[in-house]
Design a protein around this ligand. Structure first.
Ligand SMILES: [Zn+2]
Length: 107
């Protein structure tokens, strides 16, 4: 494995741990609680907070999926190529967005 991929893997793995920690703080019993609780829904402030947490949890989960897929692509050797056109993503874009699976054209 090329040395730059080792660095990127380390970046992705630390990003993954960070995301898991954040998601864990928003979840109940290890599951993301995306359903409104009826009791909370009657209480405006709590419901609003719950809604913000849902949006944040979804965003974090989406990022986690991207990171997981990037790690899987490092393992199967397809990392660094665009999933749309197959072209090289390019080292600068990869360094800025290590989890990206698309070239600048298909971002
Ligand atoms: Zn592309």
């Amino acid at each position: 494995m090329a040395e730059d991929l080792t660095d990127i893997r380390g970046t992705l793995e630390s990003e993954r741990r960070h995301l898991l920690t954040q998601i864990d703080e928003l979840t109940v019993g290890g599951e993301i609680d995306l359903d409104f609780d009826d009791d909370f829904a009657d209480r405006g402030q709590v419901a609003g907070e719950q809604g913000e947490n849902q949006v944040l949890a979804r965003t974090l989960q989406t990022q986690l999926d991207l990171v997981d897929r990037a790690l899987a692509r490092i393992d199967d050797g397809s990392y660094g190529t665009c999933t749309v056109c197959g072209d090289e993503i390019g080292p600068e874009r990869q360094a800025a967005l290590p989890a990206t699976d698309r070239c600048i054209t298909h971002a």
